[in-house]
Design a protein around this ligand. Structure first.
Ligand code: ZN
Length: 255
């Protein structure tokens, strides 16, 4: 948890940052899904992004120079999911490493015979429990509609908030684990069936890899292409809407 001192320091550092309206506008133009936010949430997101940057250390890897525009863009996208949850959800680590494009992570797995296999895994991002978030950066910005590496990796961070990376984040007191499972499990099973059957799904088929990836991919869709998510899995949309306390598609059931 954030200490009061850390929170105070974060606010004070954010107070000192100077970002012009032109700089914000230029960065936000590349993030068209922010237009879904209610007007009052736009300045709130900017402010949270500054506090996020005051609290985190962002490094470029492989010679990548991280510009102010990149910092602001990553911060806005990272803060969008926690806009109504609070920045303390990201309290347990500070590092963010940005790669120029996709990158490989060396892995080793032991097979059933105990033989260890080493291989390079090409990825767009990775989130380590208690450790840094690794992100790839593409100069063409948003690149694909509905795919958002930043939201994806930070959704994994939220998932880790209660230990296991299993697609079950720590839920607020007014939500039920049973209702979460009743929405996600059949949707995941259905999605796996469709992907395994070769269907060209509108939602990213990577979500069929694991329940944790399903949560991360559905979170990307929730913020970027909420109509698609609501059309395919309305119960998942409802749960995410309650969890994130947002309704980007403007379709959540009144509570
Ligand atoms: Zn993932």
């Amino acid at each position: 948890m954030f200490s009061a001192l850390r929170r105070w320091r974060r606010r004070r550092a954010a107070d000192r940052m100077q970002v012009s309206a032109e700089q914000w506008d230029a960065v936000e133009r590349e993030l068209p899904f922010l237009a879904r936010l209610p007007p009052a949430d736009r300045p709130r997101l900017r402010r949270m992004a500054l506090e996020f940057l005051a609290d985190k250390q962002v490094h470029g890897a492989e010679g990548l120079v991280v510009t102010d525009a990149m910092l602001l863009s990553i911060a806005l996208q990272a803060c969008l999911p926690v806009l109504h949850i609070g920045l303390d959800a990201y309290a347990d680590w500070v590092g963010i490493v940005v790669y120029p494009g996709d990158f490989v992570i060396p892995r080793s797995v032991a097979d059933d015979d105990g033989v260890v296999h080493e291989y390079d895994d090409p990825v767009l991002g990775e989130a380590w429990e208690g450790g840094p978030v690794l992100l790839s950066w593409f100069d063409d910005g948003a690149a694909h509609d509905g795919i958002n590496v930043v939201i994806h990796e930070f959704a994994h961070k939220l998932d880790m908030g209660n230990g296991e990376v299993d697609g079950y984040p720590r839920l607020p007191a007014d939500m039920s684990a049973g209702a979460w499972a009743a929405a996600f499990q059949p949707a995941y099973d259905d999605f796996c069936r469709r992907v395994d059957g070769g269907e060209d799904t509108a939602l990213d088929p990577y979500g069929a890899e694991h329940p944790a990836e399903f949560f991360a991919v559905m979170s990307e869709a929730f913020f970027e292409t909420p109509e698609l998510l609501h059309g395919d899995y309305p119960a998942v949309y409802e749960q995410l809407s309650r969890y994130y306390r947002q309704d980007p598609g403007g379709v959540a059931e009144p509570r």
